[in-house]
Design a protein around this ligand. Structure first.
Ligand SMILES: [Zn+2]
Length: 85
């Protein structure tokens, strides 16, 4: 895994949006990458700061509760039109 991917996974992990397999991959990367371990510590610190800040609105879990504006007019977003060539 690349450090870029690792850092994306870190933020996903803070949101609780990745599964155990991905966490395992992330842990594995961090075990061999000091930079990412460092970044993970920093992200966790930031996250706890944000969590304790009264003004912050927490986003919904993974933003996939069906309230996406893409579905509002009944048209499916991108992928399905790609299938129907
Ligand atoms: Zn790394």
């Amino acid at each position: 895994m690349r450090c870029e991917q690792a850092s994306e996974m870190m933020s996903a992990r803070l949101d609780g949006c990745i599964d155990r397999a991905e966490i395992a991959l992330l842990e594995e990367h961090m075990a061999g990458c000091v930079a990412c371990r460092d970044e993970w510590l920093r992200l966790q610190m930031l996250d706890s700061l944000l969590a304790s800040a009264p003004m912050v609105e927490a986003p919904g879990p993974c933003g996939s509760d069906g309230s996406s504006p893409a579905h509002a007019d009944g048209r499916a977003p991108g992928p399905s039109s790609a299938v129907r060539r």
